[in-house]
Write a protein that binds this ligand. Structure first.
Ligand code: ADP
Length: 690
């Protein structure tokens, strides 16, 4: 395009030849223009750079401006002329070889002594490198946005290749990923290269092409001229590359922050190129962005996979998640929780909303759980929901407290719908207790019959002997010898009856024991674990406070666990029907100063009321309609045999605390038969609470 054919190149009037030479020798592209804007001088560099002749350049200089940039440039130049102020603008200039490169064009007005504008002069400086780096930086930001938007890896890598191709015109970019085993490549992206060429890269063994070599050796590999490079002479990839006109290739490994190679980024050229310093800087930048693209998208994909996995697991196990900031009370629910509570997912979650679903009977314990949240400790809780159709759901919550940098507490919790499990447990418990009732009734019947049978014989003997004795004493003369003999028989039968009772007692609670070192903390843990669902079902919160320094006691693990289980069951039963206060169970272990291990089970149940605590340990003492009244008496007997004590006290705020203590080295009472010990239980040794 030659906008002004009349103009011819004229040296500026008055300018010395010497000065002209200096300007021509300047490393920048210098030009001047008349106040009207007409260009009247372009220095030798300008001509050399664009390859235009001195004769035509003044008419045709606009032909050297990239057609996309020319309209904007002329618009700004015209605004510049009106303002008369210095200006800076960017435009691409075509080099003599046809390649366009970015330039910064600076203009300055030249004024005479009276301040009148006489000339414009300008300097064009090449800023291609800066523009490329800026384009890459902008690209990096955009790429991160794509990753954040969750775009698929293929889209992101293709976008990256196109970015590289736009900042390094004339090149074709490809990305191949290293498979997890680190021995083979797989296709990533190569939007401008034929697939068969890419296949020749990824299918080839290591060392068969520069891309695979770079990835497997973790080194940059430059092939500036494929025709003369001997390294690939025998590789089939070379034929394929030349077939598609590829003559040069830069391959750089993509290295993750951890130092692991994740792939290779290659830039292919279809002409011969040398690796200039600019290209090296650019390549470094490209490799860095490629590593971000691959690492972030892989990370994102892994995260998405595990999120999907988690969501599926949650769906299958009817588990939802929620978080709660303790300071603000802000609660966030997962979709699953909304489904469980049957609330619209658009509804903001508030405590009132949750509470409106909580079963009225569980509201006290629910509030108790909220109160415990204020303490910022991990907790587990179970409560029921009463749904609008009057159906009941059982919810089990496991919450973990975390603290942010400012120390604020936030709960991350899992909530599971355990309704089905609770229903089948309830059915099982129902069946079990029915079975136990039948077994108890029948064993009681059998026991009673056997007691009657065993005791009846000596009793009738005593009665017969006593009447014979009376008859002998009433005879004339009295038969003293016979009376003495029958009295002796009466005593014998009395002793036999007492012996029978003794044997029955022994039989009742006689079990072989194994003496071992028992860790009571561990035993409590085992029992509470077994017992947990029953506790949850009953809406009881358990607090376990175990002494860290608790030594083992020597004794019978099973028997001691039987005592603990009995105390827990009693506590649970004592809390049945308590709805005006939280149902809480506290299990504590302590070590006294004189090496005595103490276990306490405290509840918030009904307490003893008017009953005297000491009577509780009597055999067959019970206040429960279906009770047998032997649990505590057997427990007491077991603890006595460990050389310890069992006692009960009423709690001030309601409920009771049952405690037992055992010396660290407890001595079991043994019978004399070869060292096996027997518990003698069921007898009421009235013992006051210490
Ligand atoms: P049972 O449980 O069959 O009644 P136990 O010997 O275990 O037999 O208990 C005897 C009695 O002691 C119970 O009926 C009850 O009145 C009282 N008792 C036991 N544990 C507690 C407790 N934690 N709180 C209040 N009373 C209790």
């Amino acid at each position: 395009m030659c906008p002004d054919k009349q103009l011819t190149f004229q040296p500026i009037a008055g300018m010395e030849n010497e000065l002209l030479q200096v300007i021509d020798a300047l490393p920048g592209l210098v030009w001047t223009a008349l106040p009207s804007g007409q260009v009247d001088f372009l220095n030798r560099r300008w001509r050399e750079y664009t390859g235009m002749s001195a004769e035509t350049i003044l008419q045709c200089w606009q032909d050297a401006i990239h057609p996309d940039d020319l309209p904007e440039l002329l618009k700004r130049w015209s605004a510049n002329l009106s303002s008369g102020e210095p200006q800076e603008m960017d435009a691409r200039l075509r080099r003599f070889d046809g390649e366009y490169r970015w330039f910064l064009i600076r203009t300055r007005p030249v004024l005479d002594a009276s301040g009148q504008l006489v000339k414009w002069c300008g300097l064009n400086t090449e800023i291609e490198d800066r523009r490329r780096i800026e384009a890459l930086l902008a690209g990096e930001t955009e790429l991160l946005e794509l990753v954040a938007a969750g775009r698929p890896m293929a889209v992101i890598l293709e976008w990256f290749c196109r970015l590289v191709e736009s900042v390094a015109p004339g090149c074709y970019c490809s990305i191949a990923l290293l498979q997890p085993a680190g021995t083979h490549l797989e296709h990533g992206a190569a939007p401008s290269l034929p697939r068969e060429f890419i296949d020749s890269i990824i299918d080839g063994p290591a060392e068969s092409n520069p891309c695979a070599s770079a990835a497997l050796s973790n080194e940059q590999i430059i092939v500036s001229d494929l025709l003369s490079d001997p390294r690939w002479a025998l590789c089939s990839w070379r034929q394929m590359a030349l077939h598609h006109g590829i003559h040069a290739c830069w391959s750089m490994p993509i290295v993750a922050a951890s130092g692991k190679v994740t792939g290779v980024c290659s830039i292919h050229y279809d002409g011969r190129r040398r690796s200039a310093p600019l290209d090296q800087a650019l390549i470094g930048q490209i490799a860095r962005i490629a590593s971000i693209a691959v690492e972030r998208t892989q990370h994102d994909a892994t995260l998405k996979r595990s999120e999907a996995f988690l969501a599926e697991t949650r769906r299958l196990s009817s588990t939802g998640g929620f978080s709660k900031r303790v300071s603000t009370g802000e609660i966030t629910w997962s979709e699953e929780v909304y489904r469980m509570f049957e609330f619209d997912a658009a509804r903001p979650v508030t405590l009132e909303l949750i509470r409106s679903r909580v079963h009225p009977e569980d509201r006290v314990s629910f509030d108790d759980m909220l109160e415990r949240q204020q303490r910022g400790i991990d907790y587990e809780h179970e409560y029921r929901l009463l749904m609008p159709d009057q159906s009941v759901k059982y919810m089990h919550v496991v919450a973990h407290a975390i603290r942010d940098a400012s120390g604020q507490c936030e709960y991350m919790a899992a909530i599971q719908d355990v309704t089905e499990r609770r229903r089948s447990e309830a059915a099982l418990i129902e069946a079990r207790s029915e079975l136990a009732r039948v077994a108890r009734a029948s064993s009681f019947g059998v026991l009673t019959a056997s007691i009657a049978h065993e005791v009846n014989q000596p009793l009738s003997g005593i009665i017969t002997n006593a009447s014979t004795c009376l008859r002998m004493l009433g005879a004339e003369p009295p038969n003293l010898e016979g009376a003495r003999e029958t009295a002796r028989r009466t005593i014998r039968d009395g002793n036999r009856a007492s012996e029978v009772i003794k044997r029955l007692r022994a039989l009742f609670c006689k079990t072989d024991t194994t003496i071992e070192n028992v860790d009571l903390n561990e035993s409590i843990g085992e029992i509470v674990t077994l017992f947990r669902s029953e506790l949850h079902r009953s809406g009881v919160t358990v607090q376990i406070d175990l002494a860290g320094n608790l030594p083992c006691v020597s004794g019978d693990r099973v028997q001691l666990q039987q005592v603990i289980l009995n105390l827990l069951l009693n506590a649970l039963e004592a809390m049945n029907g308590i709805d005006d206060r939280p149902r809480r169970l506290l299990v504590v272990t302590e070590l006294d100063a004189n090496d005595i291990v103490r276990v306490s089970v405290a509840d918030t149940g009904a307490g003893f009321g008017i009953h005297e605590p000491a009577r509780l340990f009597d055999a067959f003492y019970t206040t429960k309609p279906g009770g047998m009244g032997i649990g505590l008496s057997v427990s007491k007997s077991i603890i006595d045999n460990h050389g310890g004590q069992l006692w009960a006290i009423g709690n001030e705020s309601g409920g009771a605390t049952f405690s037992f203590s055992i010396p660290k080295q407890s001595k079991l009472r043994k019978d004399g038969n070869g060292g096996s010990a027997h518990w003698i239980a069921g007898v009421t040794d009235r013992q006051q609470s210490p």
